[in-house]
Design a protein around this ligand. Structure first.
Ligand code: IDP
Ligand code: MG
Length: 158
């Protein structure tokens, strides 16, 4: 099953936006399977952002992500990677569309409040990197039949 990692970055935690950001995903109907507040070690930050090593903003990014706690979330469900990316909006808060999380709450390039895995492969890798197996919860959600199977539901007979 498809999984994605979402981080509320240090700016989101410091700005007290954690609840509002989590609420976006809850309201959308995404199924949460992991959630924690944590300090990010330099080693974890460097592994997570290894593809960006060498970029001019990389040292600042590592400093930023390790500077204060983050909230890490894992979501599971069909198409969840793309749905989350769309909800986050474009990378820079200055460019992100209103209605997206970055578009509504960020006016910065680096301080863009959130991370979301960029592909199905990244999602699997990042959830496994940030969460231990025992921190992920497989649970039956009654809501799922109403969130994901609408195309199978017949409209009420007149
Ligand atoms: P993404 O978070 O939208 O996937 P990436 O290109 O993977 O964007 O970059 C990772 C993070 O690095 C961004 O979310 C942002 O915080 C930071 N970043 C990317 N480009 C810049 C930049 O040009 N200046 C400052 N920070 C940047
Ligand atoms: Mg990225």
């Amino acid at each position: 099953m498809e999984r994605t990692l979402v981080l509320v970055k240090p700016d989101g935690v410091q700005r007290a936006l954690v609840g509002r950001i989590i609420a976006r995903f809850e309201e959308k109907g995404l199924r949460l399977i992991g959630l924690k507040l944590m300090a990010v070690s330099r080693a974890l930050a460097e592994t997570h952002y290894k593809d960006l090593a060498g970029k001019p903003f990389y040292p600042g990014l590592i400093k930023f992500i390790t500077s204060a706690p983050v909230v890490a979330m894992a979501f599971e469900g069909p198409g969840v990677v793309a749905v989350v990316r769309k909800m986050l909006g474009a990378t820079f808060g200055t460019a992100a569309e209103p209605g997206t999380i970055r578009g509504d709450f960020s006016t910065s390039r680096g301080l863009n409040l959130t991370h979301g895995s960029d592909s199905v492969e990244s999602g699997a890798r990042e959830v496994a990197l940030w969460f231990k197996t025992e921190e992920l919860v497989a649970w039956e959600r009654t809501l799922d039949g109403w969130v994901y199977n609408t195309e199978d539901r017949e409209p009420p007979k007149k």
